[in-house]
Design a protein around this ligand. Sequence first.
Ligand code: PEP
Ligand code: MN
Length: 261
Amino acid sequence: VSSKSQEKFKTIREIFDLPDDSPIIVAGPCAVENIEYLEKIARFLRDKNIRFIRAGAYKPRTSPYDFQGMREDGLKILHDVAKEYQLYTITEVVDTRDVELVSKYVDVLQIGARNMQNFELLKEAGRSTRPVLLKRGISATIQELMCAAEYVVVNGNRNVILCERGIRTFETKTRNTLDISAVPIIKKETGLPIIVDLSHSLGRKDIIKSIACAVLAAEADGIMVEVHPYPELALSDSKQQLNLEEFDDLLSSINRNVNVL
Ligand code: PEP
Ligand code: MN
């Protein structure tokens, strides 16, 4: 990435004008389901001084019979709640035709694993003025992820944040295999910021604390975690979403360990 340009990429702190360079935390439900749930989470994030809320409005589901997301109604809820609690918003865009609409409502366009090599979507995101969170494809190599980022950059958008979210291997104990070495390799070879999505890589909550610390020790710029006030009622990814108490526990663990690192 950026082999043709000498200019350095902005850090996440620079993109959003954040007061300090501590690792960023992106948290929120898998999907927007209603305003009450999102407000509960937003209030919690605000209390903890977390700046980024995530929530899907267009959900790329494996089965067409599963909940597909609230679409524009979901974007509106996300926008309004985030405004009330002064949070930056991240949501996935799955179609070139929606980039403009999604950009009207949210701060960061997420391109999900299933669309990492949707080149027309990458080009459209490149023409957007919104920062892009680009997730690693389910079976994508690090090189392919870097090439996908290059699509966004050469089309005019240098504010790209990469996201390692695990890849498919023969291992079945986790939902995907987290490739932690992607973090220092991406940083070294591209200079782009990179965060790690703990929820979609692990698919389980019981080991999330130790992996969060490992990821931050590897100098990831941040983490993404799915959080839901009532995970057992969630319409998607119910098993991997933390409730607020579990999330609080994760935050304490990170705070204890980050000071040591
Ligand atoms: C998500 O973050 O909502 C998501 C669907 O993740 P991924 O694209 O990594 O599977
Ligand atoms: Mn999810």
